[in-house]
Design a protein around this ligand. Structure first.
Ligand SMILES: [Zn+2]
Ligand SMILES: [Zn+2]
Ligand SMILES: [Zn+2]
Length: 363
């Protein structure tokens, strides 16, 4: 399961990087119709169920957290409500305005002679953005998603979503068992489904900020409990007012800013890498796990660039590899909100950054 998540993240990262040059078409990936998290760069069979993989063209688009009809190639504001756009992974196909049945992976010309139009379809796990100003995690079952919010002192809410990050159907929500623990060893408080079925809520102690709590959730009768560690730096605001600040590292999934400086010598890249490492450590400390992927993936790019610039130094290979792997683990465990695994990955990450720094200084 873990390998599958990692493979998915690797593929998504590569695609996100490729999507920057919007003029080119994103490459075709291969996926299982039953297991959307199985992705490969070539035709073959699903590693889980053996079905034939199908082609899909995955692209990163900017969309409104509220208005799913908005697709933009670049960051900006929603044309309808002027909220800040967020990234989502979608499948790109081609269709004809006059015949929506047309849905093909290569662009072409419609029967009436007009060029086919791009069509974006949401993908399972293509959207990991919080919907209520909270902290968003993917469940270890690789299917459910949850969002925790701390809207007011002593009040904790959990929203549960399906693989498309849409609210869970009421019949499914009724099968969820959830509780919250504010301190390990203390009794848990049940999270109860509110009458409208839109979220679960518990009254807990009034915790000082940053408020730390752990939700323990089982998604069905035979499901074992999964844990999600939260640390709320401030009270959650539902549907936050549009803000002019493009990047915020404290609220949910922020947008990665362009990572590495295009040029600059190795020493400058190493100092940039140290800055990212410090960001990772401060996010780990504050419990803002959902934002870890931003500095972690930037650090990964920097490490690879350092390796490329210092071409004939085989000694760099091992720390660079460790940085890359632990960066992906930080991204993946950050999504899952697994505090213990995150701490472990961040220790490996920091040790590898230090090792790289020492090797470069020795040159
Ligand atoms: Zn499959
Ligand atoms: Zn909007
Ligand atoms: Zn997901």
């Amino acid at each position: 399961m873990k390998a599958r998540v990692l493979a998915m993240l690797l593929a998504a990262a590569v695609i996100a990087a490729a999507g920057v040059s919007a003029a080119q078409l994103a490459p075709i990936s291969w996926t299982c119709p039953m297991h959307p998290d199985v992705l490969d760069d070539r035709k073959g069979k699903c590693s889980v169920c053996g079905m034939d993989l199908e082609p899909v063209r995955l692209v990163t688009v900017w969309t409104c957290p509220v208005h799913g009809v908005i697709f933009e190639p670049e960051p900006g504001k929603c044309r309808i409500c002027s909220r800040q756009l967020v990234t989502a992974t979608m499948a790109l196909t081609w269709t004809c305005a006059g015949n929506k049945q047309v849905n093909q992976i290569e662009p072409g010309v419609c029967p009436d002679g007009s060029p086919m139009a791009a069509k974006y379809s949401p993908r399972p796990h293509g959207d990991h953005n919080p919907k209520h100003g909270g902290i968003f995690f993917m469940a270890p079952d690789n299917w459910h998603h949850i969002e925790g919010t701390y809207p007011a002192p002593g009040r904790f809410r959990v929203f549960i979503y399906d693989e498309f990050s849409k609210p869970l159907a009421l019949s499914k929500a009724r099968q969820v068992r959830a509780r919250v623990v504010t301190k390990e060893g203390l009794a848990s408080t049940p999270l109860l489904l509110v009458r409208s079925g839109t979220f679960f809520e518990a009254r807990i102690d009034q915790l000082p900020l940053p408020a730390q709590m752990t939700a323990k959730i089982s998604f069905g009768p035979d499901d074992k409990e999964s844990r999600f560690d939260f640390a709320f730096p401030s009270y959650s605001k539902d549907q936050p007012a549009p803000s002019p600040a493009p990047v915020s590292t404290s609220s949910g999934r922020a947008q990665p800013s362009p990572a590495a400086p295009a040029e600059g010598d190795v020493a400058a890249l190493v100092s940039e890498l140290k800055t990212r490492e410090a960001e990772v450590n401060s996010l780990v400390k504050s419990g803002a796990f959902g934002s870890l992927y931003v500095p972690a993936l930037q650090a990964k790019d920097l490490a690879l660039e350092i390796q490329a610039k210092a071409a004939n130094q085989p000694a760099l290979e091992s720390p660079v590899k460790q940085i890359v792997v632990s960066a992906y683990l930080l991204d993946s465990y950050g999504d899952l909100g697994d505090r213990e695994k995150i701490h472990e990955a961040s220790r490996t990450f920091s040790a590898a950054v230090s090792a790289l720094e020492t090797l470069v200084a020795r040159r």
